[in-house]
Design a protein around this ligand. Sequence first.
Ligand code: PGA
Length: 247
Amino acid sequence: MRKKIVAGNWKMNLNLQEATALYNELNQTNFPNDVKIIVAPPSLYLSQFSRNQNYLSLASQNVNDNEKGAITGEISAEMLSAINLNYCIIGHSERRALFNETDAQIKSKLDLLLKNNISPILCCGETLKERESGNASTIVLKQISEATKHLSPEEFQRVILAYEPVWAIGTGVTATTEQAQEMHATIRTYLTKIIGDNSTEISILYGGSCKPTNAKELFACKDIDGGLIGGAALKADSFIAIANSFS
Ligand code: PGA
């Protein structure tokens, strides 16, 4: 059975005091047993929070695509592993757009994470223009395949996918359940072609203006296994409500 997952991506939000208060509140919350709860705070806070992982698992929002070296300001997969991190977001559309990250870099990040026993949360998603021109699934499947086509089925099982239509991120516009389920099913069909029966074990999260008012409907879809939450993850009550949205 694949895991149900709710992951919060705090992005570059919350000062230390606010982040600590939110982390502590979530870490004391009794989440449903069958839902894996992950939070991705700004990297500066990871080391401190990692000493206190109770109900929560921690993710990094990023990792460098090189093993180590003279790369000022960056963090390696080995460093994340040394503080017992189990997850790392890669391929987020903000990093693709703002930092020009390429599929090749995302693949390198994925490989380094797996080598260091960290599960990548690999994001994919089309822009509005790509959707309107009818290319959404081609773009999404290309982003996934460029990063993962070399993996064995066993390696692939350690990857979590997150479908995040770019036009829905931070905009308040959510994909309809039909649009989301349709893309998740397309991804699952692709996975079945690539890794056979193992595809049923891969969690595919939805991200993009997911909130307490739409999470239930989204999570009820056959191929949606949870959410990657931005804005609504910054408040304990909305994040907890989303985590309680599985039927
Ligand atoms: P959002 O962000 O929930 O604020 O739309 C989602 C994400 O970027 O992962």
